[in-house]
Design a protein around this ligand. Structure first.
Ligand code: ZN
Length: 475
């Protein structure tokens, strides 16, 4: 049994080995950065989508699906946006052997696909708010090294686009999205920090961007999503106007909320360990795997008990798998451990005659469950597992940050830094230079570390406008 690289010292190698061993993605497709969703990976993705759909629809958003191809003429309407995406775009220029009159962009994101149509759909203040989302694949020509789920060229993408009556309503939608993400992150067991990106790092065309960052060891962070306020930056070039209650014509204020398969990368990065993947139950392809242990003398009682367990738990609504392959129990344990299944139930001759099963969760906690109370005891074991996993993740999250009070501390820290910043771009770049990384920006709400805010900026020593900021080396 191969051992994985060390997560602390060789994080990326460890991550790639976890994805590979768990068979979540196959990168042998002959286009770099366009990977195959395997059966096991697809199950995880479907669970991820289910959580996103549940939480966004609870806030009154409706699903749509727009075409993947965008005419160049529409794509070019918002200047900053096209500058931000130009280098990453795939073009479709021919239909058969004929050059297209208007070349088409394979969507890198869908503002420019949706907004010409929003201009037609939005007529009156009665049409607002309009909150629409889609889960589709987007395409970006990545030039950096690609990694499964974390940086790919064909991205499984969630994007909400909304039109609101005014800036305040759009601000309220941003808050609502952040709250919805809080509930999503709870299902993934992922502690995170919401950070307002500095001006020079906001989304192309946005008024402001709030990113959702997850510490993934050492000084690294992974941005797993973002919420943007557009004000009228897109509604003006795309003419998304409505007739207000007073009869006047106004531009809609817009917001977007984007998430992607990176969430799955974050789940693996945060929860995975020396044995491989670890899934919280809501994301786990299988919540429970049942392993019958057969021997020369066991007869078929263990298999009968295992089948009964699978039937009853399936009826209960759990995702359960019976591993009845002809293989040694030890090999099966290893197999499901690397794949991160929350709970394994083993049934041998002893267990089947006692009407019990031996339960082992992915963090190593063992207990005996009685078949008489199977449903409640399995539910209890899964809940306890999820709580322990979240407690472990929270502990590691808290240990990921360090206060930096001086430039020397800022340079030397091996953690995500929390520091005092005056808000100026010059000081921001000085911080980025000092750590050879990024100023993530200013946390929304309380900072990760509870400490009194210093009076002066860590770089320039100025007092006005000083606030907490975070700096790290994004993956
Ligand atoms: Zn400063």
């Amino acid at each position: 049994m191969a051992t994985l690289p060390d997560k602390r010292t060789d994080f990326i190698e460890w991550y790639l080995a976890v994805v590979e061993t768990a068979e979540l993605s196959d990168k042998r497709y002959p286009v770099k950065g366009m990977n195959i969703w395997t059966p096991y990976g697809f199950r995880a993705r479907r669970n991820l989508d289910r959580i996103l759909i549940r939480e966004i629809e609870a806030t009154g958003s409706e699903a749509v699906e727009f075409p993947a191809l965008i005419p160049q003429t529409e794509f070019a309407k918002e200047k900053e946006h096209i500058q931000g995406f130009d280098a990453q775009v795939y073009w479709v220029t021919k239909g058969g052997s004929t050059d297209l009159d208007v070349p088409l962009v394979l969507r890198p994101t869908s503002e420019t696909a949706m907004y010409p149509v929003f201009a037609v759909w939005v007529r009156s203040h009665r049409d607002l708010p309009m909150n629409l989302y889609q889960i589709v694949n987007t395409f970006r020509y990545e030039t950096k090294t690609t990694r499964p789920f974390i940086r790919v060229r064909e991205i499984h993408f969630f994007e909400e686009h909304t039109c609101q009556v005014d800036e305040d309503a759009a601000t309220a939608r941003v808050r609502s999205n952040l709250d919805a993400f809080g509930r999503m992150a709870a299902a993934f067991g992922l502690p995170y920090v919401a950070v307002r990106r500095p001006e020079w790092d906001k989304f192309a065309g946005a008024y402001y961007s709030i990113a959702l960052d997850i510490p993934v060891g050492a000084a690294r962070t992974l941005q797993i999503g973002s919420v943007h306020h557009y004000r009228e930056n897109f509604s003006r070039p795309y003419e998304i106007r409505y007739e207000a209650a007073d009869g006047g014509s106004r531009y809609a204020h817009q917001t977007t909320f984007g998430l992607s398969e990176r969430l799955l990368g974050a789940v693996l990065a945060v929860h995975g360990d020396a044995k491989g993947a670890v899934f919280p139950r809501e994301v786990a392809p299988y919540e429970v795997v049942v392993v019958p242990i057969l021997s020369a003398t066991s007869g078929d009682a263990p298999m009968r008990a295992a089948t009964e367990i699978v039937e009853r738990l399936t009826r209960q609504g759990l995702r359960v798998h019976l591993d009845d392959r002809d293989d040694r129990p030890g090999a099966k344990y290893y197999y499901w451990e690397t794949r991160g299944v929350p709970l394994r139930l083993d049934v041998g001759a002893r267990e089947s005659s006692a009407r019990t099963a031996s339960a082992t969760d992915r963090l190593g906690t063992r207990r005996t469950v009685s078949l008489d109370a199977l449903e409640t005891e399995v539910e209890g074991a899964l809940t306890a597992f999820d709580q322990a996993l979240l407690a472990k993740a929270r502990h590691e999250f808290a240990a990921s940050f360090e206060l930096a009070s001086t430039l020397d501390q800022l340079k030397e820290s091996q953690h995500v830094r929390q520091l005092a910043w005056c808000g100026s771009e010059a000081c921001g770049h000085a911080i980025e230079h000092a750590i050879d990384g990024s100023l993530l920006g200013v946390p929304e709400g309380p900072p990760p570390l509870d400490a009194p805010l210093p009076a002066e900026c860590i770089v320039c020593g100025q007092r006005p406008g000083v606030r907490w900021a975070l700096a790290a080396r994004p993956l």
